[in-house]
Design a protein. Sequence first.
Length: 236
Amino acid sequence: MNTQTELVPAKELAEKNRAGFPNESAEYRRARNALLAEEIELRRHIERVAELRRRLPPGGEVTKDYRFTGETGPVSLAELFGDKDTLVVYSYMFGPQREKPCPMCTSLMGSFEGKVPDIEQRVALAMVARSPIERLVEAKKARGWTQLKVYSDSDGAYTRDYVSAEDADVPGYTVFTRGDGRIRHFWSGEIGGDMVDPGQDPRGAPDMDPLWTLLDTTPEGRGADWYPKLEYRNGG
């Protein structure tokens, strides 16, 4: 969004709305149009934040030779880029101490799985965890995933530098760029658990998992005590 462009007030745009549904009340329509103006403002704020992100100055250069183990053998961070200039690395919670991968991480990765061909038109994408590659591949097959690429950070060097200095089993989302023979850190999710607003579960912005975006459109919302599971039985 060009910030130099003078925008029509959101309320005026909302007044252009001609939507209406059977048997709705005038009260509902007034409240819905007021909400529509807020949705337009939200859309604009999302774009402003994205523009600020794109304008970040160059991040720190990657000078270490980070090594991973992929499904076909050893690979470097540089090799994860393939033929792309941007690399997205999602570090998921599946350390050696875990019997199974984190359900929340699995939910997000499941949403990526079907979009890999689209994502890889623009950027490279890699899923990284601290467990041995054999465990990562086994868990991937159990989900029926065929498109996500998983990698083991077996020595933890990458994880300690870009996810958790304590090598904690926590998620991380990191973007790297490559140009002029250099790899640089571009952006990482940095909203931590100590930045949560009252009554809110810890989460970053934007919310990467469309599960939550969908639930936010419902009257029940996200709920206060429901989280995705690895499997469901009897509808629970």
